[in-house]
Design a protein around this ligand. Structure first.
Ligand code: PRX
Length: 657
């Protein structure tokens, strides 16, 4: 159970406080008060039923939870709602149509302010067009788009029609897109001609064309590809007649009124593929009522949200769960005003984020620790050159935040007073699970503190006994929660095996993370204990990278580990054995291998280092001992090598390193 946090923690330095209570004024006016914990403790289901009723239900639910078919949950049984109407129509109906929903900032500097009325118009148009294509509730739509407003419109139009969306991060390769399109049998793919990255237009539709193939190799399920013109960089854009259509020639001309239908609380809302411990990504399934209840409630409470005055900014991409829950559904269901920024933080220069915060008077800022550490590297003079006084609450997500980065974040961006909410959750949990309440909790740098009201978690040992304070154990969720995944797309066995088999007797969900309580009872998440890496807050499995490497003709075997990295949390380090001696082992080969991974998966999965080694450390049963490779990569003394077939392999590996 190692992590980038270094696990020192507990405010060990004498001159800095170990815990930071909320400023008194913040605490006094907080949206979420301490009473929420007691309320949820007394009756967890009543608490969630009350939170669910913050939403608009067309038919009220009769039961809060049906857990008789565990681990397949049904929340808000009998209830019907429309998720998109909750995110859009009801704010217009309440007289807030003129409120800006999205301040969109394009990378080249173009901007759009989209009100809730505008959003209703655009979502209705897209819904009408999707319907005209013959799509009916239950059909899947793949979304492969950069951070343009049409991506949000597409997601909401899918939700409005009950079409489960499967958003694929636009940084993923054609191959990754194809396997996700096939697995979900998507009928429609929505994309853009290109995207702006670091000031340059880069093609995107090209990847869709290559993913979907032609002739015998064509993706069978796909009927249409809907293309938003974003960059206009390619006048000779490849066009498949009959399959490809432009957004501006179709959606933009569709009727702008659309009557929504209410769907069952358990109607599938989306699939989101995420890396597991095997090479095949899992299609995590989320449904409507429970998911929206939890993301909406946690957005409101954890971000102390005030729709009239706050400007929220979540820096995540819509390709990840954070983008789904706290860039689309959480904020919009609360009638928030938010920023959506298309590009990279250093385009055209490192001032970009701070200029946006200053210009729009952002109040609440939610990013991954990797970005905080990048800001630290760039130097505080950059944020210091801007008026960041509007920021009143800061959030962190995606990976353990090291105390140093936490303190820097609070001091430099939060003017030494803004509370920080370090939120632990996962694609599978749908919404936040462990986090401070900003007006209640005295926070400790690096700790996610405690489960949110209505959430029940434990840290246990191999025998399911709770560990003593200070000891590490497995983080488990011991009671169902509204936004929990409802399964893995078309693979119930894998769902049970992956999440519910470790503590099957107890009926607990095992999250894959290690954690511990400190002597004050604060919860510290220590990172993954399985073969999943966390690179800049992005989840990548070791075996996915290994299979990409062995796809190269020269590689016989590969072992991949995540080694501690100062900026990205973990960096990918690969050890490869080559096929025979005919392969040239020079720098060209290393570059080729890195490119291979980049092409097969995504540039974010590119190994930081690759070592050609003569052998890999294996147990007698043939399992590669990644733990030992990690020791080598991080320059540590080797752990226990007694189970190795041949302990001398390390001498050979070390010589190569
Ligand atoms: O290891 C934990 C880490 O990210 C994993 C979940 O990754 P993903 O499904 O991609 O979702 C990321 C965004 C919610 C977890 O198993 N993780 C996430 N948030 C934290 C974290 N580790 C420590 N502290 C966090 N706040």
């Amino acid at each position: 159970m190692s992590s980038a946090t270094g696990q020192s923690t507990q405010g060990s330095q004498d001159d800095v406080p170990s815990a930071y209570p909320p400023p008194p004024e913040f605490a006094e006016n907080a949206v979420a008060k301490a009473g929420l914990y007691d309320e949820a403790e007394q009756d967890r289901l009543a608490y969630w039923a009350k939170e669910a009723r913050r939403l608009q239900w067309d038919t009220d639910f009769t039961d809060t939870l049906d857990w008789t078919d565990a681990p397949f949950a049904k929340w808000f049984v009998g209830g019907k709602l429309n998720v998109a109407a909750n995110c859009v129509d009801r704010h217009v109906d309440a007289g807030n149509g003129d409120r800006v929903a999205i301040h969109w900032v394009g990378e080249p500097g173009d901007t759009r302010d989209i009100t809730y009325s505008d959003l209703l118009t655009e979502v209705s148009q897209a819904a009408n067009y999707f319907t005209s294509l013959g799509l009916v509730a239950g059909d899947r739509v793949a979304v492969y788009m950069p951070m343009v407003p049409e991506a949000i419109v597409t997601i909401l139009a899918c939700a409005r029609l009950g079409l489960p969306h499967s958003v694929v991060f636009a940084g993923f390769s054609a191959g990754a897109l194809r396997s996700r399109v096939d697995d979900a049998e998507a009928k429609l793919v929505v994309t853009t001609d290109g995207q702006f990255r670091r000031g340059q237009p880069a093609p995107l539709k090209e990847a869709v064309d290559s993913a979907l193939g032609t002739g015998d190799d064509a993706a069978k399920s796909v009927e249409k590809v809907l293309v938003v013109r974003r960059t206009g960089h390619d006048p000779d854009l490849n066009w498949v007649d009959g399959r490809d259509v432009w957004w501006h020639e179709t959606v933009a001309n569709a009727s702008d009124t659309h009557a929504y239908e209410a769907f069952d609380a358990e109607h599938p809302l989306f699939l989101l593929y995420t890396s597991g411990t095997t090479g095949k990504p899992k299609g995590i399934l989320h449904t409507s009522g429970g998911y929206l209840t939890q993301v909406s409630s946690t957005f409101h409470n954890v971000f102390d949200h005030r729709p009239e005055s706050d400007v929220f900014w979540c820096g995540a991409d819509i390709g990840w769960v954070t983008g789904h829950s706290y860039l689309v559904y959480g904020p919009l269901s609360n009638g928030a005003t938010e920023i959506i920024y298309e590009g990279t933080p250093n385009s055209p220069n490192e001032h970009r984020h701070f200029e946006i915060i200053e210009k729009y008077r952002v109040t609440t800022y939610y990013i991954a620790p990797t970005l905080i550490r990048t800001f630290m590297k760039w130097g505080r003079e950059i944020p210091d050159a801007h008026d960041l006084s509007s920021l009143r609450l800061l959030g962190s997500v995606g990976e353990p935040i090291n105390p140093e980065a936490w303190r820097w974040y609070r001091e430099v961006l939060g003017a030494n007073s803004a509370p920080i909410v370090d939120t632990w959750w996962q694609t599978e949990t749908g919404g936040m699970m462990v986090s401070p309440l900003p007006g209640v909790t005295a926070t400790k740098p690096g700790s996610a503190m405690k489960p949110l009201p209505g959430i029940s978690a434990k840290i246990v040992d191999d025998d399911a006994n709770e560990v003593a304070q200070g000891e590490q154990g497995y983080l488990v969720i011991d009671k169902p929660w509204p936004a929990m995944l409802r399964g893995i797309w078309r693979d119930n066995d894998r769902y049970k095996e992956t999440y519910w088999s470790r503590f099957a007797a107890q009926g607990w969900y095992f999250a894959g993370d290690g954690a511990r309580y400190d002597s004050d009872g604060a919860l510290w998440v220590l990172g993954r204990i399985d073969d999943v890496m966390n690179i800049s807050g992005h989840r990548i499995s070791t075996s996915e990278v290994e299979s990409a490497l062995v796809n190269h003709h020269g590689v016989a075997e590969a072992a991949v580990i995540g080694a501690a990295d100062e900026t990205t949390g973990q960096g990918i380090v690969a050890f490869v054995i080559l096929r025979g001696s005919t392969v040239d082992t020079g720098d060209d080969l290393i570059k080729e291998l890195k490119d291979q991974v980049s092409k097969d998966i995504s540039p974010i999965a590119k190994p930081r280092e690759i070592y050609v080694v003569p052998e890999l450390p294996k147990t007698r049963s043939g399992k590669i001992m990644r733990r030992l490779l990690k020791d080598v990569a991080e320059g540590r003394e080797l752990g226990d090598t007694s189970t190795l077939v041949d302990p001398t392999v390390f001498e050979n590996i070390r010589k190569k390193k």
